[in-house]
Write a protein of this length. Structure first.
Ligand code: PMP
Length: 468
């Protein structure tokens, strides 16, 4: 992969933070065509091919083949010239960094359920900006959450989310702490009056946990009968909704079981609250159908530490007096999510992720990709003549987390599958300890190539182990 090389390059925005060029003595020289060319002194012993590469060094992002590998220019040059040399100085020409840790990092396919894979571009950008955020001379982690720079970042991330999801103006976007688990408590305390009630649609472990938490603050009506196993969503016509509930709660994608709602429930006017932790921004959806949407970031939009809450303004200001300030939607909305020190770094990473999604084509593109990626895995299972099997009913199979069993749940074979996967660099495919089996999580950052690699392995494994 292009970005697996051990040097990364972008044009410096403000002439700072360059670690490689300065040491090499890059000077502000120009060639006949007016292109900037690095000072030649360190390059004297170079081959003519590499010399040519150096001449190209002033052309950002040009591709060339050097030393047999296709590299990004001028990374190629730096790669050749800096190996084994000291780094750490600054230069005024390019923003370059040795990525020795990346160079030695083995290629893995991270199918984990979360914290999950981040797009490599985001990690690289975060790495480049680690010491100097936007020419401030300091890391985002070191600055005041009341500074103009952080205020600008906070507002920009909110705006990007608003744009991506077409969030209507009468909704607030909050960045809170305490994980999605914290919001399990925040929801009842903010939306249900003392002695009030709420409807919970429990389709898996996460909605079950949320219902248990809510029962501490009010009455919880279970909309569905208790299930022995979470592998289906009963038809809406059988649901027991109560008209006097303060809200109806559900989890759009049960991460552990791979059960995903493929529609938005109709609550007959009662505010709808949704835990979208594991399928947030994985497709377009109509925000106006919801009272509250919340999602931890560490699956589809970033890293752990920040939880997004999107809430209709009409639902703000109804909190029980016992609500801790930190979870009070009204206070956090009034204070633009800086009532106290926010998780600035996770918010920054989420900001990079949202920009990345925009570049990919937005929520609609994420939706198309999620559909394609999951369909490929389901196809392999479905055409395996029963070697692989799916526990979840077809109409609610998740596009994000694909659980499957091997040979009807043969523990030894599943173990073998996981060992073989590890050997191929495919990690975190083990199903949740409460359900067993295999689970492939295919969040936004997972590429089609990675899915194809998994599919190839599944096909090979079947050929080797299916009973003839
Ligand atoms: N809801 C769902 C659907 C989840 O998948 C998770 C975490 N895996 C949570 C809630 C809990 O999130 P957190 O760990 O951020 O509290």
């Amino acid at each position: 992969m292009q970005d697996e090389e051990n040097v990364f390059f972008t044009k410096s925005s403000g002439g700072k933070n360059c670690y490689v060029c300065h040491y090499l003595g890059v000077a502000d020289t120009k060639d006949k065509t007016g292109q900037r060319v690095p000072n030649m002194w360190p390059f004297q012993s170079m081959s003519s091919a590499l010399f040519a590469a150096v001449r190209l060094a002033a052309r950002p992002l040009a591709q060339l083949s050097a030393g047999g590998a296709t590299l990004q220019q001028p990374a190629a040059t730096h790669l050749q010239l800096t190996s084994g040399r000291r780094t750490g100085e600054q230069c005024s020409r390019w923003q370059c960094e040795r990525r020795s840790n990346m160079a030695t990092a083995k290629k893995v396919f991270n199918f984990g359920a979360g914290p999950a894979k981040l797009p490599r571009e985001i990690l690289l950008q975060a790495q480049r900006e680690l010491l100097d955020y936007d020419n401030t001379g300091m890391s985002i982690m070191e600055m005041s959450h009341r500074s103009a720079k952080y205020t600008e970042l906070n507002n920009r991330v909110q705006q990007d989310m608003r744009d991506l999801l077409k969030v209507p103006d009468n909704y607030k976007i909050l960045f809170l702490q305490g994980g999605a688990t914290g919001i399990f408590s925040a929801v009842p305390m903010n939306l249900m009056p003392a002695g009030g009630s709420a409807d919970y649609i429990v389709t898996g472990s996460w909605s079950s946990k949320a219902a248990k938490e809510a029962a501490k603050y009010g009455k919880v009506n279970m909309v569905l009968p208790k299930m022995d196993a979470y592998n289906d969503i009963p038809n809406e016509s059988t649901w027991k909704l109560s008209p006097d509930a303060s809200y109806v709660y559900y989890c759009a994608n049960e991460t552990i079981h791979g059960v995903e709602f493929r529609y938005i429930p109709d609550t007959k006017g009662v505010p709808l609250v949704c835990d979208m932790s594991s399928n947030f921004l994985s497709e377009e959806f109509d925000v106006s159908k919801f009272g509250v949407i919340f999602a931890c970031a560490q699956k589809n939009v970033g890293t752990s530490g920040v939880t997004v809450v999107i809430i209709h303004e009409d639902l703000i200001g109804k909190a029980q007096p016992i609500v801790p300030t930190i979870l009070d939607f009204k206070i956090n909305a009034q204070d633009n999510s800086v009532h106290n020190t926010p998780p600035m770094y996770p918010i920054y990473i989420m900001g990079l992720y949202l920009q990345w999604i925009k570049k990919q084509g937005g929520a609609a593109a994420m939706g198309q990709q999620a559909q394609q990626k999951s369909r490929r895995v389901y196809e392999v299972v479905n055409s395996s003549a029963g070697f692989y099997s799916l526990p979840v009913a077809e109409h609610c199979r998740s596009r994000m987390n694909v659980p499957f069993r091997i040979a009807g749940g043969d523990a030894a074979l599943e173990k073998k599958f996981l060992e073989g996967a590890e050997e191929r660099g495919m990690q975190q495919l083990k199903g949740h300890r409460s359900v067993g089996g295999i689970r492939a999580s295919l969040y936004n950052a997972i590429t089609m190539d990675e899915v194809e690699a998994l599919i190839k392995y599944m096909t090979d494994f079947q050929k080797e182990h299916a009973k003839k």
